[in-house]
Write a protein that binds this ligand. Structure first.
Ligand code: AHR
Length: 320
């Protein structure tokens, strides 16, 4: 007896066309590789959860890699995703540079790469499809504008210490840029110390201790590039016998629940929002990228600013 192929058996049944159509274009599952930076902050954990739950809700298979804040681990993960022939790669690049070769490899394998939460600087911008994330320069400006407004009725120098994020990452570069751009309009505002604390609570505390040792009561303001570092620094301020949010104004970025708790406790003044809830937009972009549909270069998050005065009212609405 001659065996008929499965496709031949389906011919004329209407199912043949389904058989020939790739699964992803029928709203079925994609295989997505996600190269995450690590779990350095409350923000990052919320970001990972958002991507994992959006992938599950859409029925996609997500291969997750935690790079533990090491770029070489992210590069290894991308190469492994290429070897496994995933449909789409999502990359949260730890730093902006050093991606040219591996992104070219993904392009050669015809696997679209979507950037999320951080951006890259590469020679060939066609090696990535779209960036889903925030305007970090604007976040820095918002932090600076809050400070100018909040201190407009004071006199004398305003001495600021700055805790920067991971060296070479665009949220660290751009949050500094936006903040400096706003405060330089008035010579009273001086950044007297600025150092990285790698976006973590532990380093935020450690670096703030060093700032306090060197500058003591001279410090009027702490500007931290994320809430985790601000929360670590608050502990250092208290241990130095000073009152956070009163003796030293505390400005953070992200607007995570931990910052709202600190604001409600009267220990932090403001947090500029940066949304980690990028999962649903990423899944939509992944389907379009796989289908070869055009995508904007930047799918921008819409965000606000939360001063301590609104923290208690807003807290129940916070999702991360
Ligand atoms: O890339 C976004 C930044 O990374 C967040 O502001 C920070 O908390 C995180 O670690």
């Amino acid at each position: 007896m001659k065996r008929r192929s499965f496709a031949a058996m389906l011919a004329g049944t209407g199912l043949a066309c389904m058989w020939a159509t790739p699964a992803w274009s029928q709203g079925k599952k994609l295989v997505i590789g996600f190269a995450q930076t690590g779990a350095e902050s409350e923000w990052r954990t919320a970001n990972t959860d958002s991507v994992k739950s959006a992938a599950a809700a859409a029925g996609h298979e997500l291969k997750f890699s935690d790079a533990q804040q090491k770029q070489e681990n992210q590069i290894k993960a991308i190469r492994s995703f290429i070897a496994q022939k995933v449909d789409v790669i999502i990359l949260a690049p730890l730093v902006t540079t050093g991606w040219d070769t591996v992104l070219k490899e993904a392009k050669a394998a015809k696997i679209p790469v979507i950037l999320e939460s951080r951006n890259v600087v590469v020679k060939d911008p066609t090696t990535w499809t779209t960036f889903v994330g925030s305007d970090f320069v604007e976040e820095g400006r918002r932090a600076g504008k809050w400070l100018l407004e909040h201190t407009k009725n004071t006199t004398g120098d305003v001495n600021i210490v700055e805790l920067q994020g991971t060296v070479g990452s665009d949220p660290a570069i751009d949050r500094k840029k936006g903040f400096d751009e706003v405060i330089k309009a008035n010579p009273r505002y001086k950044v007297i110390r600025s150092q990285t604390a790698d976006f973590t609570r532990a380093k935020g505390k450690e670096v703030m201790e060093a700032f306090l040792k060197a500058e003591g009561k001279k410090i009027n303001v702490l500007y931290a590039h994320n809430d985790d570092m601000a929360i670590g620094a608050i502990q250092a301020i208290e241990e130095a016998g000073l009152k956070p949010a009163k003796d030293i104004l505390v400005i953070g970025v992200d607007a995570v629940k931990g910052a709202f708790e600190a604001m409600i406790a009267g220990k932090m003044n403001v947090s500029v929002e940066c949304s980690p809830l990028l999962g649903p937009q990423l899944m939509e972009a992944a389907v379009k990228a796989k289908a070869g549909e055009p995508l904007p270069r930047w799918i921008k998050s819409i965000e606000g600013v939360f001063p301590a005065e609104v923290a208690a009212k807003e807290f129940p609405n916070r999702k991360y």
